[in-house]
Design a protein around this ligand. Structure first.
Ligand code: UD1
Length: 345
């Protein structure tokens, strides 16, 4: 029988790509989402691509009663991948309580019900934001964590601690935290992708929306950093590569191949790319000259960070496959697809 995986936030950007990879690997996918930041039509996209429609229950995970109801009806869950969270850094600064409540109460509820319903395996969406500005690059998992620069970032750091302490107290629970670097791009079919509500905060959706003509110009946040070209450096990885890592992590837990109850992996390419290099990549694959202007630094921005993914390469047998250009091309295809679709409506 197929193993059932619960994907919270499964209609979101990374969750929807992961649902497809899980279905491709013969898992049954059950999605819980409150559709706060996503559309239920994403399920149609997942079905079109994978040939299988995951179930969707519209539940807010902070609602313990409804969540308990879900688990009492679905007893055979082999693992949970927990994506559902708020993720806008600047919004988290103005609404810290909403961020702490949403991101941490949901996690606490899930862990409590894992204990109650004896669900052993959890994969958690964490972020490289927990490293702050690392002293040594590329950054490894054992680098010291630094105080978060935003409530959003702090929910990831505290979330990791909550999971670690829970696993430590209860040997029947196993967990893997995945520290993502910068996910970009979309499924090659262009049927699903990132759908930011309102003005995007992240670089790549801002680039594609500007190129499409929805935004006047990209503001590049500073070119006076201590980097080779002066622009900030990040590690941009294709979202489909990232999604595949979740399947590997789930299998590792289900097959009990994990080396300790709580493991942490960096998920990145290992390549640092500057904002200018990212823009050039976009221009190369799209053939569009991007309008952009260098402005002041964005408060809280990290100067440079990229992953040492060798632990994930070695232990998970996972590595990124797509190049930056390939990822940018899929981001551009997706932008064109959703804009043409919204004009048809
Ligand atoms: C941020 C968060 C990270 C979070 C991620 C996803 C920090 C330090 N990091 O990553 O925790 O997981 O968002 O939401 O807060 N840029 C521009 N112009 C723009 C947008 C971005 O120049 O309009 C630049 C930024 O200065 C940065 C790079 O592009 O150098 C990437 O920015 P972004 O996509 O927002 O991701 P991070 O800041 O790396």
């Amino acid at each position: 029988m197929k193993k059932k995986i619960l994907v919270t936030g499964g209609t979101g950007y990374i969750g929807s790509h992961t649902a497809i990879e899980l279905i491709n690997e013969e898992f049954d996918v059950a999605i819980i989402d409150n559709l706060y930041n996503s559309e239920k039509e994403v399920i149609d996209g997942i079905e079109k691509i994978s040939g299988k429609r995951p179930s969707l229950e519209i539940i807010d995970i902070c609602d313990m009663e409804k969540l308990d109801g879900f688990f009492s009806r679905n007893k055979e869950i082999a693992a949970i991948i927990h994506f559902a969270a708020y993720k806008a850094v600047s919004e988290s600064v103005s609404k810290p309580l909403e961020y702490y409540r949403n991101n941490l109460v949901s996690l606490i509820n899930l862990l409590g019900l894992m204990k109650k319903y004896r669900i052993a395996n959890l994969v958690f969406s964490s972020s490289c934001t927990v490293y702050g500005q690392p002293e040594n690059l590329p950054v490894t998992e054992d680098a010291p964590l630094q105080p978060a620069t935003s409530p959003y970032g702090n929910t990831k750091a505290v979330g990791e601690e909550i999971i670690r302490d829970t696993v430590f107290s209860d040997s029947s629970i196993r967990a893997i935290a995945l520290r993502y670097f910068n996910p970009i791009g979309a499924h090659a079919s262009a049927l699903i992708g990132e759908l930011p509500r309102g003005v995007p905060e992240n670089l790549v959706p801002y680039i594609t929306q500007t190129a499409y003509g929805l935004r006047d110009e990209l503001k590049v946040f500073g070119n006076d950093y201590d980097t080779p070209d002066g622009y900030c450096i990040r590690d941009y990885l294709h979202v489909v590569d990232l999604a595949k890592a979740h399947v590997v992590a789930v299998k590792r837990l289900i097959e009990e191949k994990n080396k300790s109850g709580y493991e942490v992996f960096n998920l990145g390419t290992g390549n640092g790319v500057s904002v200018l290099e990212a823009i050039k990549s976009f221009e190369r694959v799209s053939g569009v000259k991007l309008k952009y202007k260098v402005t002041g630094r964005r408060p809280g921005d990290i100067e440079k960070i990229w992953a040492d993914p060798s632990f994930a390469n070695r232990e998970l047998g996972w590595k990124t496959i797509s190049t930056l250009d390939e990822a940018m091309k899929t981001a551009w295809d997706w932008e064109n697809y959703i804009r043409s679709k919204s004009q048809i409506k």
